[in-house]
Design a protein around this ligand. Structure first.
Ligand SMILES: Cc1ncc(COP(=O)(O)O)c(C=O)c1O
Length: 443
């Protein structure tokens, strides 16, 4: 009698995969089943070294017992509680824990569920801040070409990756962009911050002259741009953005979704790069990716301007059902404790020279036209195949995967961002495999 369940012809059909070539994937799936430490295991039992910390997020390595147990314990005590007009202690503890790591003064923390939500939250807070201070004319948001701030309408509008924008209509009004800082003629094969390019920050003065400072709310940039294919800020560039923002009363937002939680050998990119923003977004490493969670940390003065300046009642009309979700809060506390106890930023810093040297050892490999990076991030740019952009990198990716190493590609750029617990033999294995794959795709 029970004929209700119709077998599906291909049970990969239902899941419309994000940022994926669905047709290609579903004809040749790559399935992960399990993960531990530096390694994924495929459904057919092969080991794959994680050269990308999942998606730049599993900074402490996979399957960390402390985090798993904290989530399990919290799930048994209280699965969910709202944070609209109610509180639960663990959400407040998680915010205080985040504030232990953020630069001094950036210690008011708003919780979201992702990097995209953090980007949109940061932009909304910037607008609300100016309005609260009687400067509601400041409505313009400035991003940067090649910037990635997730996939919300705010993030794709202020972001500068054409492919992520062109399917989606008119986007937000009142947005402009700085030029990106990638100039291989001047800064190819730099170790860490390139010496050339600080002057590109002057474009912000041009935008101020064009639009008027009184119309500009905020500038949002990634301190080190990851998703576009690893662009390290030139020496002096972020300092100059900071100066120009200060001069004109513009808020500076750092999108630290990738650079946060040890990736650059410090808690946040702000610390490594020596420039403190007014607002900082984060996600990914916050919970070691074990439960989705994002956050936005703001300067005390921004919180006070919005909260103290409002009439009685709700001060900021913004929030998510899952802001400060108990399981995410438990994961964040456990992940930050691990980060502190194991000094993950220190580990990253200690192994950075070996990682950097291994990346730059590919300089003589065929079609490698740039290598760049900082902390435990490396970008290796390949010459595209004539008439077939991305083809070479996609094939290198597949070869590495088949040989047991997970890398990431964007365009013809290979991006590596391994867990911060990586050791020298993993680094050797990743770069040896990558070299063989690049050689095999030399033609
Ligand atoms: C700098 C930056 N901002 C925002 C995001 C978006 O994060 P999510 O995918 O969690 O929405 C990312 C994701 O890679 C990112 O790198």
């Amino acid at each position: 009698m029970n004929e209700m369940v119709t077998p599906r012809p291909n049970d990969l059909d239902a899941f419309w995969m994000p940022f994926t070539a669905n047709r290609a994937f579903k004809s040749h799936p790559r399935m992960l089943a399990r993960a531990e430490g530096m390694v994924y295991y495929t459904t057919d039992g092969h080991e794959v070294i994680d050269g990308t910390a999942g998606l730049w997020c599993v900074n402490a390595g996979h399957g960390r017992r402390e985090i798993t147990e904290a989530i399990q314990k919290q799930a048994a005590v209280m699965d969910f509680a709202p944070t609209f007009q109610l509180g639960h202690p663990i959400a407040f503890q998680a915010a205080s824990k985040v504030a232990e790591l953020t630069p001094p003064g950036l210690d008011r923390v708003f919780f979201t569920n992702s990097g995209s939500e953090s980007a949109d939250t940061a932009l909304k807070i910037a607008l609300a801040y100016h309005r609260a201070r009687g400067e509601g004319t400041r409505r313009l948001l400035i991003g940067r070409e090649r910037g990635y701030h997730g996939v919300g309408f705010g993030g794709i509008s202020v972001g500068g990756i054409g492919g992520n924008r062109k399917q989606f209509g008119a986007l937000l009004p009142y947005v402009d962009h700085l030029p990106h800082t990638h100039a291989p003629a001047h800064n190819a094969f730099s170790h860490g911050q390139p010496a050339w390019g600080a002057h590109l920050a002057e474009a912000l003065e041009d935008l101020v002259a064009l639009h008027g400072a009184e119309t500009i709310a905020a500038v949002m940039v990634e301190p080190l741009a990851g998703s576009t294919g690893v662009l390290v800020p030139p020496v002096g560039y972020l300092e100059r953005l900071r100066e120009i923002c200060d001069k004109h009363g513009i808020l500076l937002i750092f999108d630290e979704v990738i650079t946060g939680f040890g990736r650059l050998g410090t808690h946040f990119g702000a610390e490594r790069l020596g420039v403190v923003p007014d607002i900082m977004t984060m996600a990914k490493g916050l919970t070691n990716a074990a439960v989705p969670m994002g956050a936005v940390a703001v300067r005390d003065g921004i919180y006070h301007a919005i909260v103290d300046g409002a009439p009685a009642g709700i001060e900021l009309f913004h929030g998510y059902t899952y802001s400060g979700h108990p399981l995410a809060a438990a994961a964040a506390i456990a992940a930050i404790e691990l980060h502190q106890r194991e000094d993950l930023p220190g580990r990253a810093r200690a192994i950075e020279p070996y990682f950097d040297a291994a990346a730059h050892s590919l300089k003589d490999a065929p079609n490698v036209i740039d290598i760049r990076g900082m902390g435990l991030v490396a970008g290796i740019e390949l010459a595209p195949r004539p008439g077939k952009p991305t083809d070479r990198a996609v094939r290198v990716f597949q070869r590495c995967f088949d040989a047991g190493v997970l890398i990431r590609t964007t365009g013809d750029i290979i991006a590596l961002s391994p867990p911060l617990i990586i050791e020298k033999p993993h680094i050797d294995r990743i770069f040896d495999t990558l070299r063989s794959a690049i050689l095999a795709e030399a033609a």
